[in-house]
Every structure is written in C-alpha cells, then in structure tokens.
Design a protein. Structure first.
Length: 260
C-alpha cells in the first residue's frame, strides 16, 4: 500500500508538469535577444523568374512570438491556420494576431509578440528584440515572400534554452515554404485557392516537380538558403543600448537553367 501510494503521488506530480522540451528549461530569469533577419533572395542566387518589378522581390514584415510547447504558430506537414493563410497570401496579420492573443488568454502559452519592419528588396536586413521566459522559451515567426502565391520563410518552435542557461547566439538558414492554400507555381501567379487545402510543405529545387515552378532548379542538389535569422542574447550590461548590426553577405549560387 505504501509503494502504491508513492507511485500514485509521483504520477500525479508528473502529470501536472508542462508538456514538451521547454519543461527542461530551468533558467531562473527572463532573457532578451536581438533577432536579425537577413534576406538572401538575390538574382544571382535565384535567377529563374526573379521578380524585378510589379512588385520587385522583397520581404514582408516579420511577425513572431515566444511561447511554450502548448502553442504552435505553424508546422511543416500540418494545415496552416486561417491567420497563417492570410499572412502567407496577402501579408495581413490581423487574424494571426487574434489567434496568438486567444492562445495566450486561454492556455497562457504565449509570453510575447514581436515584429520587425519589412525589407523593400530581396536582400537586406531587418531586426527587433524579443523576450523569452523559462516557461516560454520557444520562438516562432513568419515572413512572407513577396511576390508569391502563399510562400513564406520562418521558424517553428526553436528552443532558446538549454537546461539551466540561455543560448548566447543561434543562427538558422531559412528555406521557402508553401502554406498549402494557393495553387500558384510562380512568383506572379494569380490567386487560385487550393481546394481542399493542403498541408505546409517545404519548397525544394525539385519539389514541386514542375518546370513552371519558380524554385525548380533540377541541376541543383539543394536550394541555397533564401534567408537567414540570427538571435543574439543581450547581456544585462547592454540593455538599453543598441545591439551591433550584423552584416551577413549573401552567398553566390550561379546557375545556368535551361528551362528558364
């Protein structure tokens, strides 16, 4: 009876713990980060159908959130929410903001929302700051590829906490995703809703396997990163000071594409 009682007590305690990798974060305080988004969408790296006008290649504003594992902004191979659909297709953030706020109110899974200004060209940088909490150490964000049917780049649930400490710096190469809500193949495709809606999928040099696809480069093994994000922890002594501007040059990826 004593052993059974102990087991029930342990199991009951375990079931009350938060679910997911973020339950392992034992950091005792908040952490602030400078997040730098770098666009690498150049005509040299991506020559096929590169948008030069109406509109030229550019990036929407960045919209992100720090959260726990109970919340998901978007996930590969899962259906995009209405908010992500609106953002990926039109760059409209109102529905996505509402979804984030409702998740924060109902299950307290969201710690904070952050955004960064748009970039008016395919290459360039934008930045902002974010705050992570030990119970909300995950970072997710989306940036729309402009122009495009419903393509975007982003991060899904990146954990900034390692055990009892916050990571000092992390950089991630970003590749294009299809939200699965519009069936266009090219950057300038007209609006053509995908019915029924498809899941979020990564766009590669061979998928979708169609010559009309703007990212179809059959001679490449993988696409070069179209963007990169870097998050740098702001030390207490730096709070209130502007973080350094990080210059990350775009890599050259010259391609001779017989299709284009």
């Amino acid at each position: 009876k004593v052993i059974w009682t102990v087991l029930v007590t342990i199991l009951g305690y375990a079931s009350s713990l938060p679910v997911g990798d973020d339950s392992l974060c034992t950091a005792e305080e908040l952490a602030k980060y400078k997040i730098i988004f770098t666009g690498k969408w150049s005509q040299i790296a991506f020559p096929k159908q590169y948008p030069l006008y109406r509109p030229p290649a550019q990036w929407s504003s960045l919209l992100g959130v720090t959260h726990s594992s109970d919340y998901s902004m978007w996930k590969k191979n899962e259906y995009a929410s209405n908010g992500v659909r609106d953002f990926a297709e039109k760059g409209e953030a109102w529905v996505l903001m509402k979804e984030i706020e409702e998740a924060g109110e109902k299950i307290q899974s969201v710690h904070g929302i952050f955004s960064a200004p748009a970039i008016s060209s395919g290459t360039g940088q934008t930045s902002t700051e974010l705050e992570a909490h030990p119970r909300h150490p995950l970072v997710s964000f989306v940036v729309r590829i402009v122009p495009s049917p419903d393509w975007f780049v982003g991060i899904d649930s990146l954990n900034l906490c390692e055990g009892g400490h916050w990571m000092d710096e992390v950089s991630v190469d970003l590749f294009p995703y299809d939200a699965g809500t519009d069936s266009g193949f090219t950057f300038s495709s007209p609006n053509f809703a995908t019915i029924p809606q498809d899941t979020v999928t990564e766009i590669t040099c061979s998928s979708p396997s169609h010559p009309a696809n703007s990212f179809y480069y059959p001679k490449l093994k993988i696409l070069p990163p179209i963007a990169q994000v870097t998050m740098v922890k702001i030390k207490k002594s730096q709070l209130g000071l502007s973080a350094p501007f990080i210059n990350l040059p775009a890599k050259s990826n010259e391609i001779i594409d017989s299709v284009s």
